[in-house]
Write a protein that binds this ligand. Structure first.
Ligand code: NDP
Ligand code: 2IT
Length: 453
């Protein structure tokens, strides 16, 4: 069967056997479309049924999480861990706590993670998990009891050479601490079974900063390739969580101007540059709304969510040179892409997972906007997670500078690999295609080596 027909056959089969998993089809379709030139050249992937195998998680765990709220009412949520692919190493990927979490979302994230992790060139397989639990408005005690209940089931399925979760939306240092504590209580082992741990109890310097810093390094590598640099660029950033905050911090230190951030309720536009201290105080420490930022900085504007323009998002209407979508999936749509192009944006660098809709991507590409695809651009987080695992396994502690230097080198290597692969397949500079092919090829070749499992 020709390569295109092969990819279409598998996409049809996943639609039939997993109905309604929209985000998962979106992620699989994007990867498969990129793979056509490779599959035309290398028939052995079809001969070894690689696509048939790679779209099926090796194991999917869905469980009830029962916990007690502050008024002593018994509450329930669904918990998930999708152990997608262990060809290159233990399953590795974050946990997301957000009301929108369902199996399709976890599978899209887990699928992306397989190729992202392969691109880092480190020994980690792909997995993802989470819950439809909403941490917003919950007390610390409620979050702790939820995390403990979640780990009561999850601990049976993870381990430092088996599956190592980390953070994602709604899961940060606080949640990782509670999850780790409960694992230790249940098993009586002090082991590196999650990453993003506190520095005092097995965490790595630089993990908190890694995704955001890595994203800016990746953007710098893209711009350098085109004889340009991030220094002096006005950058629109969305999100106000882990990825956005440390993207903004690194942009400042590299001489760029991060002009915005946003949360689920609104956008801050601060033309002279977002003040990182205020941002951290409001979001990281206070867990409050960004509306407060404009009260503290009268020269900044707050645009509430309901004031978003027709069909688009306020953050992408701001004139900028570079856009860093760093909040969530499908947050940059066709209308947003048109606004960015009209305002002269030259690069979109994806800090979040799958933030750009397919039609927006096509529009950006057609208008010559450079593009840093998520799998490559945001791989710094999971890469430093693996460095945390390496430090745990060897009982060593590396300095911040050591980790940061490694992170910079890993991001350069990912860029070089994606770029060289795009050239090899006749579309030089198409980093989306280059990253998808390079990540896939690494996993697929190893799957062939490891036999029919
Ligand atoms: P956080 O929970 O720390 O922050 C998420 C931010 O995005 C918050 O400001 C949140 O607003 C906003 N947000 C989330 N969902 C929505 C939504 N549906 N609509 C509007 N705003 C929303 O998460 P992270 O920063 O860790 O993750 C951000 C993105 O980066 C995700 O796509 C994640 O998968 C990806 N990523 C994360 C990595 C990591 O190491 N943490 C690594 C690689 C990718 P509010 O404050 O109001 O909740
Ligand atoms: O999407 C991601 O890469 C993450 N949320 C981080 C995963 C990890 O294991 O550090």
């Amino acid at each position: 069967m020709d390569a295109k027909a092969y990819t279409e056959k598998i996409l049809t089969s996943i639609r039939e056997c997993s109905p309604g998993q929209t985000e998962f089809y979106q992620a699989a379709t994007e990867v498969f479309e990129s793979l056509v030139p490779l599959l035309e050249e290398e028939k052995r992937y079809q001969e070894h049924s690689i696509l048939e195998r790679i779209v099926l998680p090796e194991r999917t765990i869905i469980f009830r999480v029962t916990w007690m709220d502050d008024s002593n009412t018994i509450r329930t949520n669904l918990g998930y861990r999708v152990q997608f692919n262990s060809t290159l190493g233990p399953y590795k990927g974050g946990l997301r706590f957000h009301p929108s979490v369902n199996l399709g979302i976890v599978k899209f994230l887990g699928f992306e993670q397989i190729f992202k992790n392969a691109l880092t060139n480190l020994q980690i397989g792909g997995g993802k998990g989470g819950s439809n639990f909403n941490p917003k408005g919950k007390s610390d005690a409620e979050v702790m009891r939820f995390c403990q209940a979640f780990m009561n089931e999850l601990h049976r399925h993870i381990g430092q050479t088996r599956d190592v979760p980390a953070g994602d939306i709604g899961v940060g240092a606080r949640e990782i601490g509670y999850l780790f504590g409960q694992y230790k209580l249940l098993t009586a082992h002090f082991e590196g079974i999650v990453t993003g741990k506190g520095i005092g109890w097995g965490g790595s310097f630089g993990r908190r900063e890694a995704t955001g810093y890595g994203s800016v390094y990746f953007a710098e590598h893209i711009l350098n390739q085109h004889g340009d640099e991030i220094k002096g660029k006005r950058c629109a950033v969305s999100g106000a969580g882990n990825v956005a905050t440390y993207t903004i911090e690194k942009l400042h230190s590299m001489g760029a101007i991060p002009i915005s951030c946003s949360d689920s309720r609104g956008t801050i536009h601060h033309p002279k540059g977002i003040d990182v201290k205020t941002l951290k105080a409001i979001k990281e420490v206070g867990r409050e709304s960004l509306a407060k930022y404009a009260e503290l900085h009268p020269d900044a504007t707050y645009i509430p969510l309901h004031n978003y323009p027709e069909g688009g998002h306020a953050v992408w209407t701001l004139p900028c040179d570079v856009a860093f979508p760093s909040a969530t999936q499908n947050e940059l749509n066709f209308v947003d892409a048109k606004n960015l192009v009209a305002n002269g944006c030259i690069l979109v660098n994806e800090g979040a997972n799958m933030p750009t809709t397919p039609d927006a991507y096509e529009y950006l590409r057609a208008h010559g906007v450079l593009f840093g695809p998520a799998k490559a651009a945001n791989a710094g987080g999971v890469a430093v997670s693996q460095l945390e695992m390496a430090q745990n396994a060897s009982m060593q502690r590396w300095s911040f500078a050591e980790v940061d230097t490694r992170l910079f080198g890993i991001m350069k290597n990912i860029f070089d690999t994606a770029y060289a692969t795009s050239k090899e397949f006749g579309d030089e500079g198409n980093l989306l295609m280059g990253a998808n092919i390079a990540g896939f090829r690494k996993v697929a070749d190893a799957m062939i080596d490891e036999g029919a499992v």
